[in-house]
Design a protein around this ligand. Structure first.
Ligand code: FAD
Length: 511
């Protein structure tokens, strides 16, 4: 079996460059005798250029590829993201009852003393304070528009868990410059065709400008076009639109209403009649968009909803319409071709899973790498792990919708059991009499930790009837005391952290 000496990545969006940087670092590109990595992309087609929210794993990924935090913040005009504020998901605006909840990135407080707070919160030890607010400090930190870290904290470290928001085009440019500095070769070409050999593996990539390009491993990062994995190799697409209905987005970048407006350090996700809007605060502008189901509304009505949401700052600006197919390839690695990014699948922007799944795919390729050239077993392992992840992400995203009490057809269809995967229905049935436990999750396959499931589940007002099991939870008083202590120390934590905008201004001006 011939060793892999050349890798060709087709596509220069977030998927292509993040994978290129990750592999360049893990495989030592640029060193004498190292595997060569080349990335080609089309100047004419460009990149998708949306995708501004991330998951906290991005910090380890950026550190692993060697981009320091100040440079990253400066060059991709990044801000901090400490979670997602969900408004009007459980019930519509104007209805009686709570109209929002928070999904923080911090885990519930746990001192390693066996006292898990969730069951006691369910038994009423925190009164009527919502779970995320009772069990973490992060909600109040975010409400006060504070950064998750102090001046002087080490790169990618801070008292609060965090991810980033950024400008997707600037991020791709940063990754591209960094990838080239790591030894990744780069060229602008238009791929016209893909040649297969008699075994059905890729034999070459036919370009308009540079003839046919050859490699030992081809990475398809060509976005929704899926030129290699889909068009050439015909990997089947598993459509999940019957579970996750959103298939369109209108995106609009808007200015702040004043230059010194506080920057939200969470994504604001607001439910509307046929979908939800995202609202992401960057340094000099906000990124907003309405994600919706074309089966439940039309583009004109969607634009009305988005314009009503953004208000005056959107006047004179034209939103960009994006259509997407919700689902993923059942086989993402076939012979000498592996797909990463939109070519492998996409499940709507909720909870920023796109870039998280790219990070995971790059990590798997880097660490399962077939140094002997035999891709068969590695492909099988990669496919099992990525499919498992996509399946679990589908369940987690559906959890956000399927407990809603809203009455519009989009939301009613979302609670219809016929649209809820059996795996998720089983979990919900078990959680009626006990809260989620880490044993419900296969750790290595999950993108989201058990706490994320708990924050969304109880944020959506799911009822776990724990009273019959009360005797199994004898530390009620200790838990009540812990909730009380947390409330008190949160005030200090908030005061200890700088305002979000002040921190970002400082990094942009002084590095
Ligand atoms: P693209 O950016 O589309 O890049 C494809 C590349 O392939 C380009 O360089 C293109 O030039 C090249 N190419 C294509 N055809 C050819 C050809 N014939 N010849 C040569 N080159 C070619 N993800 C998140 O994590 N967080 C979010 O908040 C988020 N929000 C999103 C919102 C929307 C509305 C959508 C649709 C997606 C969102 N995503 C988000 C997903 C995220 O945008 C993508 O995962 C990410 O941008 C990666 O895209 P990509 O690199 O796979 O594809």
């Amino acid at each position: 079996m011939a060793r892999i000496q050349k890798i060709l990545i087709v596509g220069g969006g977030t998927a292509g460059w993040l994978t290129a940087c990750y592999l360049a670092k893990t495989l030592g590109a640029g060193r004498p005798g190292a595997i060569g990595i080349k990335l080609v992309e089309s100047r004419d087609i460009g990149i998708l250029g949306v995708g501004e929210g991330t998951w906290p794993t991005i910090r380890a990924t950026l550190a692993a590829i060697g981009i320091d935090e100040a440079r990253f913040i400066r060059e991709s005009t990044a801000t901090f993201k400490q979670g997602v504020h969900f408004a009007h998901w459980a019930r519509a605006a104007g209805s009686a009852g709570a109209d929002h909840y928070f999904h923080p990135f911090n885990q519930p407080s746990y001192k390693g003393d066996g006292l898990h707070l969730l069951p006691y919160w369910l038994l009423g030890a925190a009164g009527d304070v919502p779970f995320a607010e009772a069990a973490t400090m992060q909600k109040r930190v975010v409400d006060a528009s504070r950064a998750p870290k102090r001046f002087g904290d080490a790169d990618y470290q801070g008292p609060m868990n965090y991810a980033f928001h950024f400008d997707a085009s600037k991020f791709a440019a940063l990754l591209s410059a960094h990838g080239k500095s790591l030894g990744v070769e780069h060229d602008y070409v238009n791929v016209r065709d893909v040649e297969l050999d008699e075994q059905g593996a890729i034999a070459g990539i036919v370009t308009e400008e540079a003839g046919t390009l050859h490699a030992d491993l081809y990475i398809d990062c060509s976005g929704f076009r899926a030129l290699l994995i889909g068009k050439a190799l015909g990997s089947a697409f598993r459509d999940v639109n019957d579970t996750l209905f959103a298939d369109r987005a209108l995106a609009l970048q808007v200015p702040y209403d004043r230059p010194d407006a506080p920057i939200a350090s969470c994504t604001i996700a607001t439910g509307h009649e046929a979908g939800w809007t995202w609202d992401i605060g960057l340094h000099e502008r906000r990124g907003t968009g309405y994600v919706y189901s074309s089966r439940h509304t039309d583009d004109a009505r969607a634009e009305e909803i988005l314009r009503a949401y953004v208000g005056n700052v959107g006047e004179g600006l034209t939103p960009r319409l994006l259509k997407f197919r919700t689902g993923y390839r059942e086989t993402q690695w076939i012979k000498n071709c592996v797909a990463v990014g939109l070519s492998a699948g996409f499940l709507e922007p909720l909870e920023s899973t796109g870039i998280g799944l790219i990070e995971m795919a790059a990590y798997l390729i880097g660490h399962l790498f077939p140094f002997d050239g035999d891709t068969t077993r590695v492909a099988a392992e990669f496919n099992a792990q990525m499919t498992g992840r996509f399946e679990r992400v589908v369940d987690f995203l559906k959890l956000h919708y399927c407990l809603s009490q809203r009455s519009e057809p989009f939301w009613r269809d979302n609670v219809d059991p016929a649209t809820i995967p059996a795996t998720l229905q089983d979990k919900l049935a078990m959680w009626r009499c006990r809260p989620p436990h880490r044993l419900d999750f296969i750790n290595d396959l999950e993108m989201f930790p058990p706490s994320s499931w708990q924050f969304v589940l109880y944020g959506m007002e799911f009822k776990t009837e724990l009273a019959p099991a009360r005797t199994a939870f004898p530390q009620f008083d200790a838990a009540r005391q812990e909730f009380h202590t947390l409330r008190q120390v949160t005030g200090h934590a908030v005061n200890d952290l700088p305002p979000h905008r002040a921190y970002i201004d400082h990094v942009i001006r002084h590095g």
